[in-house]
Design a protein around this ligand. Structure first.
Ligand SMILES: [Zn+2]
Length: 214
């Protein structure tokens, strides 16, 4: 057993870990009750009109404990949750969601947010997922800072159209890429990223997100 694991086990005896969703004592990062409340859905996301994505997978609805886990990862620096979310993805998605010749590509964070948070949640999730499914990880995408500083302040129609979001691919891109992000809201971000990869020479681009807004 690694020293860190011994330390963790000893710490758990003194301070029992709390569920990240309901803050009750729990074994692991999610209590049994919250685990049962996870809003699983049919994971193959219906194709949006005009989509350039080959396939999109998302096993959970952006609701309840799934939403709480995403917020904890994003806003409370609960970086250890990335491993739990990767575990959920691997458990819920079929093997064909992760073809042998694919490379995982995290959806790039907004530069300003990255500076504020100090970590990139999509990158953490993609890294944890890459370790689990034993696929390579590449980071060819860059998100340009625009006058809008991201999409959060924009209305739904603006976000749907991808307004305020510029993504470019730098250097060589994998021929088969799977974009990884925590949430798919409108799909505009994934489409922009996929177009950047296809424009830079990728042959096929799919996507995996932890949850989605149906
Ligand atoms: Zn709980």
């Amino acid at each position: 057993m690694k020293l860190s694991k011994v330390f963790r086990a000893a710490l758990d005896l003194v301070v029992p870990p709390l569920c990240w969703v309901c803050r009750e004592p729990a074994r692991g990062r999610l209590c049994g009750h919250c685990r049962q409340q996870l809003p699983w859905i049919e994971p193959l996301v219906p194709r949006r009109r005009g989509s350039v994505l080959q396939q999109q997978w998302s096993p959970l609805e952006f609701e309840g404990p799934a939403r709480a886990l995403v917020h904890a990862l994003k806003f409370h620096s609960a970086t250890a949750l990335a491993a739990l979310m990767a575990e959920h993805l691997v458990d819920a998605l079929p093997p064909r969601a992760f073809p042998d010749d694919a490379t995982l590509v995290p959806v790039p964070a907004n530069a300003r947010r990255l500076r504020q948070r100090g970590f990139d949640h999509a990158d953490l999730l993609a890294s944890a997922l890459a370790r689990r499914v034993r696929l390579p990880l590449d980071r060819p995408l860059r998100r340009e800072t625009s006058v809008f500083n991201g999409q959060r302040g924009l209305g739904r129609s603006d976000r749907l159209s991808g307004r305020g979001l510029q993504v470019t691919a730098a250097g060589a891109v994998p021929s088969r890429a799977i974009l990884v992000d925590d949430v798919c809201t409108t799909g505009a971000t994934l489409e922009r990223c996929a177009k950047a990869l296809l424009g830079a020479g990728a042959f096929r681009v799919g996507a995996v997100t932890y949850c989605t807004v149906p």
